[in-house]
Design a binder for this molecule. Structure first.
Ligand code: F6R
Ligand code: ZN
Length: 192
C-alpha cells in the first residue's frame, strides 16, 4: 500500500528547491505587482526603469476552501532591497480571525505583526524556528539576509486575505538596512 487515497492527500515537499506537490495555487510576485507596498516611490520607479525583479513566490495546497480544512504552502522571498527597504511579502490580515504558523526552512527574516488596533510585534525567522501569527494580527515576512528566505505555512483554508488596509497605509514599522544591518523604523507613510 502506497501514497494516499480519496479525501486524504499525501503531499511531497522538496525542501532544497522549495517545491510542493500537488499545488492548487501558485504565484510569483514581481515589484510591478506590489509597487504601492514599498515606502519609497522613487526607489520603486528607479528599479522598474531597469528591470522588474521577482520579490517572492509561493506554492500552496488547499484541500477545500471550506471550514475545518487547512491550507499548506511554501513561500520564498528573494534577497534584495528597494531603496533601503528589504524585499518582503505584501502582508495581509485574514478576513476571519484565523491564526497561522510559519516554519522557517532557510534564510533570515523578520515576521512583522500588527494588531487591528495598531500594536506592533516582530519575530525572527531562522531555520528550524516556528513563528506563530495570532488570530487578528496582520503579518508580513521580510527577507533581511543575503540568500533566499523560505518558509512553510499552515492556516485555515477559509481564512480569506485582506490586503486593503496594508496597501493603503502599510505597517506602522518597516524594516530597512542601516549601516549594513536590518533595523525596524517608523513607516513615514503610516497614519492611524
Ligand atoms: C497565507 C500567508 C502566506 C502568504 C504568502 C504571501 O495566509 O500568510 O502564505 O500569503 O507568504 O504573502 P502575501 O499573501 O501577503 O502576499
Ligand atoms: Zn496569512
Amino acid at each position: 500500500m502506497e501514497g494516499s487515497s480519496g479525501e486524504a492527500p499525501l503531499l511531497s515537499i522538496d525542501l532544497r528547491r522549495c517545491l510542493l506537490k500537488p499545488v492548487t495555487r501558485e504565484r510569483t510576485v514581481r515589484l510591478s505587482d506590489m509597487k504601492e507596498f514599498f515606502t519609497d516611490p522613487d526607489a520603486v520607479e528607479r528599479t522598474l526603469s531597469r528591470r522588474d525583479p521577482k520579490i517572492y513566490e509561493y506554492r500552496e495546497f488547499t484541500p477545500k476552501e471550506e471550514p475545518g480544512h487547512l491550507s499548506v504552502g511554501i513561500t520564498v522571498v528573494y534577497p534584495g532591497k528597494v531603496g533601503r527597504e528589504y524585499y518582503m511579502t505584501r502582508g495581509h490580515f485574514h478576513l476571519k480571525d484565523a491564526a497561522e504558523y510559519y516554519y522557517c526552512i532557510a534564510g533570515r527574516g523578520i515576521l512583522l505583526l500588527q494588531s487591528k488596533s495598531g500594536e506592533v510585534a516582530y519575530v525572527e525567522l531562522r531555520p528550524r524556528k516556528i513563528a506563530y501569527v495570532p488570530p487578528g494580527w496582520g503579518h508580513r515576512a521580510v527577507n533581511v539576509g543575503r540568500r533566499r528566505l523560505a518558509f512553510l505555512y499552515v492556516y485555515p483554508s477559509d481564512s480569506g486575505h485582506d490586503y486593503g488596509v496594508i496597501r493603503e497605509k502599510g505597517f506602522a514599522k518597516i524594516v530597512v538596512e542601516e549601516r549594513g544591518r536590518p533595523k525596524l523604523v517608523d513607516n513615514p507613510r503610516y497614519s492611524t
